[in-house]
Design a protein around this ligand. Structure first.
Ligand code: 13P
Length: 343
């Protein structure tokens, strides 16, 4: 198989209708924050046990087509000694890996961020591929204020995402291109719309310059929402309409699938917004999820680090998977939040 065919095959599998991506790639510092919220120490075994809980949830393959790992998890095993990657493959789920090495300040800006990790990336990708990873993730973030993001931050991060994507494709690894416009701040929906449109335009212009195969990427954007401290919060319908409007203006139809991050929205908001967007269809791309917190939060809170809580924590995870799967088809309704859920 050519590399191009390999990329397209992987994307098509992940873009399967009614399925989405689980982001379980919290870095060591992020998973510590999540565990702090339930007073649990972030030991290697606790991290393994938590990922085991999520990944071995019955029915995962009915709703999830890809899971993003952090490097450590790629080499960890289920309680009965099966590598997580092998277990997922047996469920028809494609393993992926976060490959950026986190955020740093962008020099000569007012604490704007860029992302590190390009050095040595080809070698790391070759190792991850040998370990079973078929797609990768790289996240760039953009802060909104009256003067941010600066033109320099938008340009530097667009270039970076394109260079990362090109390196992944050379290795036959599908890049998730993740430009996250952050929710933090008192900005309006309109300001988020202006910024996100500019960010996505620059990202796609850079992808083109670097000859990235659009049929072989996954876009993971943030939704167009009001800042978390904005006094006037937009309605869910306004969020859905603004997000679809911007995506139609900026994302070529050649991109097979767009999988949103949840970015600090509640699980219920994330599901509702995705559903309302799909109800605006037909759309040129598959529109689904690649949620971290919005899929995991209820299950983490139910688990509390206790083995006895695993079955109910898995039920909570099943519920979020099932409802987001419905939302990816435009078949969700808020009344389903109250219904009993089985896989
Ligand atoms: P959230 O859905 O919690 O924003 O996480 C998605 C993700 O992978 C961020 O990089």
């Amino acid at each position: 198989m050519t590399i191009k065919a390999e990329l397209i095959k992987t994307v098509q599998k992940i873009a399967e209708k009614g399925k989405g991506i689980l982001a379980a790639d919290e870095s060591s510092s992020t998973i510590k924050k999540r565990f702090d919220s339930i007073n649990l120490a972030s030991t290697e075994e606790n991290r393994r046990a938590y990922r085991d809980l999520l990944l071995t949830t019955p029915g995962i393959g009915n709703y999830i087509s890809g899971v993003i790992f952090y490097e450590e998890t790629l080499y960890q095993k289920t309680a009965d000694g099966t590598l997580f990657t092998k277990y997922l493959e047996s469920q028809g789920v494609v393993p992926g890996i976060k490959v950026d090495l986190g955020l740093i300040d962008l020099a000569l800006t007012d604490k704007e961020k860029t992302t590190q990790g390009l050095d040595g990336l080809p070698e790391r990708l070759a190792e991850y591929k040998a370990a079973g990873a078929r797609f990768a993730k790289w996240r760039c973030v953009y802060n909104i204020s009256d003067v941010k993001p600066s033109a320099a931050a938008v340009r530097a991060n667009a270039e970076l995402l394109a260079r990362y994507a090109a390196i992944c494709q050379t290795q036959g690894i599908v890049p998730i291109v993740e430009p996250e416009v952050l929710i933090n701040g008192n900005h309006t929906l309109a300001r988020c719309e202006t910024v996100t449109e500019d960010v996505l335009n620059k990202v796609f212009s850079s992808l083109r310059k670097h000859e990235v195969l659009l049929e072989g990427i996954i876009l993971k954007p943030s939704m167009i929402i009001s800042g978390d401290t904005c006094a006037k919060q937009a309605t869910p319908q306004e969020v859905a309409e603004a997000t679809v409007r911007v995506l139609k203006r900026t994302v070529p139809a050649a991109v097979p699938t767009i999988n949103f991050l949840s970015g600090g929205q509640t699980p219920e908001q994330s599901t509702l917004h995705l559903d309302l967007m799909n109800k605006l269809g037909p759309l040129p791309w598959n529109l689904s999820f690649s949620y971290g917190r919005a899929l995991q939060e209820p299950s983490l809170n139910t688990w509390q680090g206790k083995a006895a809580n695993v079955p109910t924590a898995q039920k909570a995870f099943q519920k979020r998977m099932r409802l987001n799967s419905a939302a990816s088809l435009g078949e969700y309704s808020e009344s389903m939040e109250r219904g009993a859920v089985t896989a």
